[in-house]
Design a protein around this ligand. Structure first.
Ligand code: G3P
Length: 226
C-alpha cells in the first residue's frame, strides 16, 4: 500500500513527510488554486520538501494532447525526480497519455468514475488510475465497488497499472479500499490523523505512563541506564 497526501499546502506536506510514511503528493487545479500563490514557487516548494524520491503528481490544465504533452514536459523538467502528469480521462487525454509515455513521462489518469474508463486508461499506458471514491458515494453509487472491480480487471488482464484511489472523506472508505486491494490511496492531511486515532490507544498510553511514574517517577530509560 502506498499512502500519498492530496494537498498543495506546504506546511501540511512538511507535517505529513515528518510523521507519516507517504510516498508522494497529489494535486489538482482546485487544490493548487486554494493556496492562491505563485504556481512555480508552489510546485518547486513541494518538490523541495518531499525530495526527488517521493512522487509528485500534478494535474494538467490543458485540453489537447499536444498541449498536455507540452505542459507535462515543462513540469517534469521544472520539478524533476519522480513525476507524474495527471490527465483527466477524455479522448484527447488518452492520446496525451500515450504521447507522454513515449516521452518517458509518468502518467496518472484521473477523474475516473467507471471501471471501463480505468481499463482503457491502462491499455493506453497510464501508470496509475485515480477513481474518485467519495464523489461516487455522493451520487448514491458505490466507490469501493468501482475500485474493487478496477483492481480485479487489472488482475484479469495482468495490466501493470496501479490504482490510486482518491477523493476520501472517511476512514471507512479508506479501509474498504485497502481490503479490496487498491495499490495506493491519496488522502487529505486531516484524514491521516483520523486513520491513526483511537480513544483506547490514548487510554492505554496514559495508563502505561501512570504505572511507570508510580515506580520510577520522572526518570526515563536513558537516565535509569546511565
Ligand atoms: O485529487 C482528486 C481527488 O482527490 C478529489 O477529491 O475530495 O475533491 O472529491 P475531492
Amino acid at each position: 500500500m502506498q499512502y500519498l497526501v492530496d494537498t498543495a499546502n506546504l506546511e501540511a506536506i512538511r507535517h505529513c513527510c515528518k510523521y507519516y510514511p507517504i510516498t508522494g503528493v497529489t494535486t489538482n487545479p482546485t487544490i493548487i488554486a486554494k493556496e492562491n500563490r505563485d504556481f512555480r514557487e508552489l510546485i518547486c516548494g513541494i518538490r523541495e520538501i518531499i525530495g526527488l524520491k517521493r512522487a509528485l503528481h500534478v494535474q494538467t490544465t490543458a485540453e489537447t494532447a499536444e498541449d498536455i504533452l507540452a505542459e507535462a514536459t515543462m513540469l517534469k523538467s521544472l520539478v524533476g525526480g519522480q513525476f507524474f502528469i495527471k490527465i483527466p480521462i477524455t479522448a484527447e487525454g488518452l492520446r496525451a497519455a500515450a504521447m507522454c509515455k513515449e516521452n518517458d513521462i509518468g502518467v496518472t489518469m484521473t477523474a475516473i468514475f467507471t471501471q471501463q474508463q480505468a481499463l482503457i486508461a491502462s491499455v493506453a499506458g497510464a501508470d496509475y488510475v485515480a477513481p474518485y471514491v467519495n464523489r461516487l458515494d455522493n451520487i448514491v453509487s458505490d466507490g469501493v465497488n468501482v475500485v474493487s472491480e478496477i483492481v480485479d480487471i487489472f488482475n484479469i488482464y495482468k495490466l501493470p497499472t496501479k490504482v490510486l484511489a482518491a477523493s476520501f472523506k472517511t476512514v471507512e472508505q479508506v479501509h474498504k479500499c485497502a481490503m479490496v486491494g487498491t495499490h495506493s490511496i491519496t488522502i487529505n492531511p486531516d484524514l491521516f490523523e483520523s486513520l491513526i486515532f483511537h480513544p483506547l490507544t490514548n487510554t492505554a498510553i496514559n495508563s502505561f505512563s501512570n504505572d511507570w511514574e508510580k515506580v520510577y517517577g520522572e526518570q526515563n530509560v536513558p537516565e535509569l541506564l546511565k
